[in-house]
Design a protein around this ligand. Structure first.
Ligand code: AMP
Length: 227
């Protein structure tokens, strides 16, 4: 079924190494533009927690900081994209991470008459990523992300968004695993910057700036491609 050009939902892709701020920015764009944030990392962590067959296969790879197989990730993303709320438009956070995934996404969108509105590359210095990642925590109740230095929770340690008192740290945010994740990014995901530049949809933002500044820059990009 083809989707009318005027009404087809927006598809945005966020590219950047672990720690670049993709999740933080995707949540802001979700709230501001009414799009749905789709994080394959979150979907995989949910599959691991639920003990599904895909989750069982993915767990060891995720713990080691490698990339889960394309087949598993593409299947999980396809299922999620088919859900009703995605008809408002999506922000892909952490997908695609390989050329095989990028081509699978192109094929899927072509089959529904959709296209990628923008791929936004978050430019950062690798050296700063370990510090950014090692200070991260997430509210177990609402999913809001925090950082010990750059975005601390309230003084009593609770979530400023929902008041939740349990903030968790990801198992793969340990310094040893972060090095593997950065390596996987450079070997398998960074080539997608050229892929989307060739497709004419790439924009870069300086993601070393303060969170609010990056959010402003990204909002301008999104505004220009979805209106
Ligand atoms: P993230 O939350 O995006 O940092 O992802 C956490 C982990 O989930 C990654 O280190 C990978 O092991 C796995 N993962 C998430 N998205 C993908 C993807 N698109 N392709 C392969 N593995 C992924």
């Amino acid at each position: 079924m083809s989707v009318d050009v005027m009404t087809r939902p927006a598809v945005l892709i966020l590219l950047g190494p672990p720690g670049a701020g993709k999740g933080t920015q995707a949540r802001m764009l979700q709230d501001k533009f009414g799009l749905v944030q789709l994080s394959t990392g979150d979907l995989l962590r949910a599959a691991v927690a639920a003990g599904t067959p895909a989750g069982k296969q993915a767990k060891a790879v995720m713990d080691a900081g490698g990339l889960v197989s394309d087949d598993i990730v593409i299947a999980i993303l396809n299922d999620r994209l088919a859900e009703e709320d995605c008809q408002n438009g999506v922000i892909l956070d952490g997908f695609p991470r390989t050329t095989v995934q990028a081509k699978a996404l192109d094929d899927l969108l072509a089959s529904t008459g959709q296209r990628i509105n923008a791929a936004i590359s978050l430019k950062v210095d690798d050296g700063a990523m370990v510090e950014r990642i090692s200070g991260r925590s997430t509210c177990a109740n609402c999913g809001e992300g925090y950082h010990d230095t750059f975005k601390p929770p309230l003084a009593d340690g609770s979530c400023a968004n929902c008041g939740g008192t349990e903030l968790t740290r990801r198992a793969d945010d340990r310094a040893e695993t972060v090095a593997s994740r950065l390596e996987a990014y450079h070997a398998q995901t960074a080539p997608l910057i050229a892929y989307y530049a060739d497709a004419g949809v790439l924009t870069s933002v300086d993601a070393m700036a303060a969170i609010e500044q990056v959010a402003n820059d990204m909002s301008k990009v999104v505004q220009s491609v979805i209106s």
